[in-house]
Design a protein around this ligand. Structure first.
Ligand SMILES: NC(=O)c1ccc[n+]([C@@H]2O[C@H](COP(=O)([O-])OP(=O)(O)OC[C@H]3O[C@@H](n4cnc5c(N)ncnc54)[C@H](OP(=O)(O)O)[C@@H]3O)[C@@H](O)[C@H]2O)c1
Length: 256
């Protein structure tokens, strides 16, 4: 597996990003961890056996985002060779009923921040002559036109297609790019989104550690789109094999 020297991980204060940071540190990769919750990031930095820089940033704020872009542009001994764009969130409910500013923040964090950080990372990694990696955390929502999640699902469709195209563009430069498309994963995501997951069967869930490991293996092997878990792969394979006229009503029914 590819050994990275230093990884920048956004959304490293909880869930999948925290699991990735711990797994990378376990492999001896130095860390730059990004999120809003300073106390959690500092606890992470203290708990790992590698150098770990803490960058407190609200990625919906363009000034804070610019600071993270600048960190990705560093060269020489400060260079970052793996950028993990993991921070993200969603809101559940009919689009017109959701808070407009909070919905815009979903676009800012899930798309704009990921887009700008991918650009900063790719520019620095190509200038350094590679190798490098960009792992963009998307979602199985990419393929689900489910009511009540319009903004979130559409942001993830962007992330998956954008990353798949970057994968092809950057392959000749020796830069790996992968989109990680998890299904239901036990993290703080559902509480933050206001999603009541009590009725979801246990078999539908994966752990943050399983998903993180699949994503890191995927970017190491330069797999363009990674769907963690055999059940999730089978579900998306089946769904995508159906004509659109059958897929749309099936997905709508699953969501209700
Ligand atoms: N859990 C699932 O079922 C699932 C399924 C598919 C895809 N995903 C994706 O997986 C990724 C990680 O989510 P998770 O499941 O691990 O959820 P989580 O436990 O809620 O973690 C989300 C992370 O994103 C950070 N974040 C959120 N808003 C931010 C902002 N404005 N600025 C900076 N950081 C911000 C949070 O840190 P702070 O609060 O400290 O800022 C936190 O570290 C997301 O992109 C999500 O869309 C999750």
């Amino acid at each position: 597996m590819t050994q990275w020297n230093r990884a920048l991980v956004t959304g490293a204060s909880s869930g999948i990003g925290l699991a990735m940071a711990n797994q990378l540190a376990g492999d001896g990769t130095e860390l730059v961890v990004v999120a809003r919750d300073q106390a959690r990031l500092e606890a992470l930095a203290e708990s790992v056996d590698v150098s770990c820089e803490v960058l407190v940033a609200d990625l919906s704020d363009r000034d804070a985002l610019a600071m993270v872009e600048d960190r990705l542009a560093a060269t020489g001994a400060d260079a970052i060779d793996l950028c993990v764009n993991n921070a993200g969130f969603g809101n559940i409910g009919p689009f017109r009923t959701l808070d407009r500013d909070r919905e815009t923040d979903v676009v800012e964090v899930n798309i704009v921040a990921l887009h700008r950080l991918s650009h900063a990372a790719a520019t620095a990694m190509v200038a350094a002559g590679g190798p490098g990696g960009i792992l963009n955390v998307s979602s199985m929502a990419t393929w689900l036109a489910t009511p009540n999640t319009a903004t979130y699902n559409a942001t993830k469709a962007f992330v998956t297609l954008f990353s798949d195209i970057l994968h092809a563009e950057l392959k000749p430069e020796g830069i790996h790019v992968s989109a990680l498309c998890p299904g239901l994963t036990r993290t703080e995501f559902q509480d933050r989104a206001g999603y009541d997951a009590t009725g979801v069967p246990a078999m539908a869930w994966q752990t943050a550690e399983e998903v993180a490991a699949a994503g890191l293996a995927g970017v190491a092997s330069n797999t363009p789109v990674v769907i963690p878990g055999a059940k999730n792969q089978a579900a998306i394979g089946l769904l995508n094999s159906l004509p659109m006229r059958l897929r749309r009503p099936l997905v709508s029914r699953l969501a209700n």
